[in-house]
Design a protein around this ligand. Structure first.
Ligand code: GTQ
Length: 350
């Protein structure tokens, strides 16, 4: 056995040693190793819930205090209660509720961050992607993938509100944020008629001389509620729910069948009335939005009541169990796509 000539006062000698490391920009791994390389995910995000009904009046108040043009994006950020001031709902993802009032335009910009929109209120305002409008209806999923010009406009006579899901904290961690703004602070000129993307890319057809190929992002940017809800209903009638996930579908990119965007995955779930899911956990922290039904979501033993408009975050590796009183329909998004690309994603169905 190797012998060490140990100083008589070991603690003092170590402290003196650490003090001399600091100015050298060095640090001893042994003091932090256990916190760095944890046996399982140890996220600082906690389970938390919001209700659309409580946020909506505050958002309307924001509508009286600042215009969409002034704000660029008039959004209230849902911040994880354990990460205040950090503009994040999980460690890697952002969520916010955006309001656009009749007659307003949120000017065109583009950025490295990927964004999804999940429509919460209103009917018929639009998000335009590279000049193609997607008219928004309640519970539609709309995408604005990285580096595509997008603006929002409301030519209806009612307010429009949606949930923004972005990979802002992830891009921040990678120090890879780039953004550009349209100089006239207006909308992007119309380039294609509304519905073009759905007809080209949403019909199980792919152009042989494709202008887009796998790896260049997702050209289909509208997933209408009427369509995804109908698919869940067919599943429910045709087969038994999965023990841990009930009826769970992932929204896909039609070019390659992969996740909707490079960094984020999106899901639609139906838990039939009376069904309780078996415990499950996964390394992607998930944001869940209740669309229909009532029940509970138990996260690491903590109970959250589910009703339409509930937004509930399940942190990474937290145990989740859904219980449906009436048919529960839930939209979710997470960073699963990122983790899978990096071979990091894990789940435990126990
Ligand atoms: O609509 O482009 O909630 O760029 C945050 C950043 C929305 C948007 C947000 C954004 C947007």
């Amino acid at each position: 056995m190797a012998t060490l000539a140990r100083p008589t006062n070991l603690e003092a000698a170590r402290d003196d040693f650490y003090d001399r490391l600091t100015p050298e920009a060095l640090a001893p791994l042994w003091k932090v190793l256990a916190a760095l390389v944890t046996p399982r995910p140890r996220t600082r995000a906690i389970a938390a819930a919001w209700s659309f009904d409580r946020i909506e009046p505050l958002l309307m108040e924001a509508g009286e205090l600042i215009t969409a043009a002034e704000a660029e994006r008039r959004v209230l950020i849902l911040e994880n209660p354990s990460l205040p001031g950090q503009s994040r709902i999980t460690n890697t993802l952002y969520a916010g509720l955006q309001l656009i009032l009749p007659g307003e335009v949120a000017p065109a910009h583009r950025h490295a961050q990927n964004a999804l929109r999940f429509i919460m209120r209103g009917d018929g305002a639009f998000t335009a992607l590279d000049g193609e409008r997607a008219y928004m209806h309640k519970y539609d999923l709309i995408l604005t993938p990285a580096w595509l010009w997008h603006d929002h406009g409301n030519e209806t006579d009612a307010p429009m509100i949606w949930l923004d899901g972005l990979d802002i904290p992830l891009v921040q961690m990678l120090d890879a944020s780039f953004a550009e703004h349209r100089e006239d602070r207006g909308a992007w000129p119309t380039s294609r008629p509304a519905g073009d993307a759905a007809l080209r890319w949403g019909r199980n057809l792919r152009p042989v001389h494709a202008e887009r190929v796998a790896g260049q992002g997702n050209p289909l940017f509208i997933y209408p509620f009427a369509e995804w809800r109908a698919t869940l209903e067919v599943l429910r009638r045709a087969e038994a729910p999965h023990a841990h996930d009930a009826h769970l579908m992932e929204f896909t990119n039609p070019v390659d069948g992969g996740s909707v965007m490079a960094t984020m995955s999106a899901f639609a779930r139906l838990v039939p009335a009376g069904f309780d899911t078996r415990p499950a956990r996964s390394s992607d922290g998930m944001i869940n939005v209740v669309v229909e039904g009532s029940g509970t979501l138990v996260i690491d033993g903590e109970l959250f009541a589910l009703a339409p408009g509930a937004i509930v975050v399940v942190p990474a590796w937290a145990e989740r169990r859904f219980a449906a009183e009436t048919d529960l329909v839930v939209f979710s998004y997470s960073d699963r796509a990122t983790q899978q690309k990096l071979s990091l994603w894990r789940e435990q169905l126990a």
